[in-house]
Write a protein that binds this ligand. Sequence first.
Ligand SMILES: O=C(O)CCC(=O)C(=O)O
Ligand SMILES: [Fe+2]
Length: 253
Amino acid sequence: MKVLERRTLIEVTGGDGGSEAASDLAFARYRHDYDDASLDTVLDRAREIRAETATTGERHLGLDHLRRVQELVPEVGRIVHDRDRLERLSELAGVELEPYPIPTSCSGVNFYRPGRPPIAPHRDGPAFVELVPLHADGNQEGGSTLVYRGPADVGAVRAARGDLPASELEAVPQRVGSAVLLQGRMLLHTAELLTDGHRVTLVLSLRSRAEPWKDTNTLGRLLRDDRPEDVAAAWAHDVETRQLPALRRRLPG
Ligand SMILES: O=C(O)CCC(=O)C(=O)O
Ligand SMILES: [Fe+2]
């Protein structure tokens, strides 16, 4: 794994996020060493599953995506739990990471196509995501993730007003062969519109093992994507067995 770039929250947004942040990382970009054949299998299977389960209608953030892919595609399950990967990403993040425990939000595949806004400006629920482009075509070669160069709450207000000029967005290139680790919960971000191309991206969620409460996936937020029977029990289990005990250990006395 060759690191191409690592930027901190202060460098990108002007602030360190205080006690909200899980580490000082804004994003890191690196040449990944995932096996090409495995990633091709993930791409093929993701396309098949999407074709079988194609839905229409309004989606959260306008995103065309698959969820809980680690249970649908064994290669993704293996990547999610790979010890060496977690160690390398933890080093890049500056904090020990764990795979995101709520199955519907642990891994996904996003599909972007020409002329269609890929994903509305947002902050992520999980503290970190690893974005691994599986396929890109067209002039922009996959385009970029666009990160607001200021506090995320300010960016959200400006985005709602349609006032996010390109000059205030940091472009993080998304190229096949490289990957991006993003503290997306602390950054207002979106993706560049592709004029003539597609991108398919594997999204792997992570969070801090020591501070699992640094997680903005409320049950209400999860239910914008998931059915209660698919997510409520896992969310409650995580809050009771991980988030609350970890927070209790931090309480004075
Ligand atoms: O693919 C990208 O450029 C961004 C994806 C993203 O922000 C997400 O899936 O939460
Ligand atoms: Fe995101």
